[in-house]
Design a protein. Sequence first.
Length: 161
Amino acid sequence: MVAASDSGGHPGWMLFNPYEHWRQQIFSVCTQLRDQYLRYPGISRAVFAVAPSNLDTLRVSEGMLAILLAGGTGPQAAAWATDSLLLYVGAYSLEASLVDQQRGHGDGEWVVSRDELLRRFAALPGTFPHTKRYAAELTSGTGHDRFDFTIGLMIDGLAHR
């Protein structure tokens, strides 16, 4: 592993040798990126506003692309997977920061608890049978369970490309 600060990046980030354990490595990069976005909430919003053209953002996408290619992913799939993973990490982090912001500064009206969501889903008309039946599954998960699931799903899907 090489500390990103060695190449002028952000201290604390770890870049990995892309030739070993590529699934764990790409997952770790996504997790580190998520944690940075959540630590500094404005970053996730800014990511959507600019093309990845500065050296820091290019360094991250270059590393992700290298990991995916080293793991045997074809060039096109690796390029699109890098883009998709970065978009998902940004969207997940942006949503989390907006919820935190609303809870802290807003009236909290659109941020509801799981219990309230379950009550709302139960009250839906019969034209939403699947949502009513699987309300518990739709509202389940704690911490970063959904993030871990989605990143894992995306990475595992590459093995079938």
